[in-house]
Design a protein around this ligand. Structure first.
Ligand SMILES: C[S@@+](CC[C@H](N)C(=O)[O-])C[C@H]1O[C@@H](n2cnc3c(N)ncnc32)[C@H](O)[C@@H]1O
Length: 229
């Protein structure tokens, strides 16, 4: 038991931290440390084998060659891969394919888990580009691209789905939630991008006691919602 009261302990702790900060040049430089962590998060991982090298090669080419369109930053792409692979997902549904960038991060995971991605895109040109990117990355056999209005096409999604990723029209997220949540298996993950733009969606998931949500704000704002077992 301390001979000091709580207040005295707090004062001493602050004084000690101040002394350490003065003696250690790097201490307290959150900005610099933060920047290097961010830079690491935005770096692609090293390929484990040739299949992964091929997928990462297309991601790299799209990143540097302007082949993305409103796509997730690399840090969020890595989160998509990590979450998908760690729950051994077999069935992933994405709403908002764009040119296939986030889909390729899912493909990194699904090529390990033996799973498949079904991805929905309204725009014909971007859907065609995505198909070409999937082919170039050697993952066409893992992906079904559904071209059309996802408010209609997602009505045909049958469960059980392990991971759902919402990244299309922001005003549609609540509708996608209503349509797709029944297909998500208990223990599955509902991911939504640009959460800063969808307060009504966040209110809806937070109000549902069958769900538990946390927001990863390192990249573009990614909410991670668990459908409880
Ligand atoms: C933010 S981008 C998706 C980015 C993609 N997930 C990525 O990271 O590469 C949004 C995409 O959703 C598509 N979209 C918008 N409304 C849609 C709808 N009702 N049905 C299907 N796709 C839609 C847009 O055409 C656009 O390509």
């Amino acid at each position: 038991m301390s001979i000091f009261g709580n207040h005295q302990q707090a004062v001493m702790r602050r004084a000690l931290l101040g002394a350490v900060a003065a003696a250690t040049p790097a201490f307290g430089q959150r900005g610099r440390r933060g920047t290097s962590a961010e830079a690491e998060n935005e770096a692609l991982s090293a390929p484990k084998d040739d299949a992964e090298r091929r997928i990462l090669g297309v991601i790299e080419e799209m990143t540097s060659g302007g082949g993305t369109y409103l796509s997730v930053p690399i840090s969020d792409g890595k989160m998509l891969r990590i979450l998908t692979e760690s729950c051994m997902a077999k069935r992933v549904v994405e709403v908002g394919t764009s040119t296939g960038y986030s889909g390729l991060f899912f493909a990194l995971a699904l090529s390990r888990t033996g799973g498949r991605l079904t991805t929905h895109e309204l725009n014909e040109g971007r859907a065609a580009t995505a198909r070409a990117n999937f082919a170039k990355a050697g993952v066409s056999q893992l992906v079904t691209l559904v071209q059309g209005d996802a408010h209609e096409t997602t009505k045909n999604v049958k469960g059980p789905v392990d991971v759902i990723f919402l990244d299309a029209d922001k005003e549609g997220y609540v509708h996608y939630l209503k349509t797709l949540l029944p297909a998500l298996r208990p223990g599955g993950l509902l991911l939504a991008h640009n959460t800063g733009m969808v307060p009504d969606y966040l209110s809806a998931v937070r109000a549902n006691p069958a769900l538990d949500t946390v927001i990863y704000s390192g990249g573009g704002g990614l909410s991670v919602t668990l459908k409880k077992l």
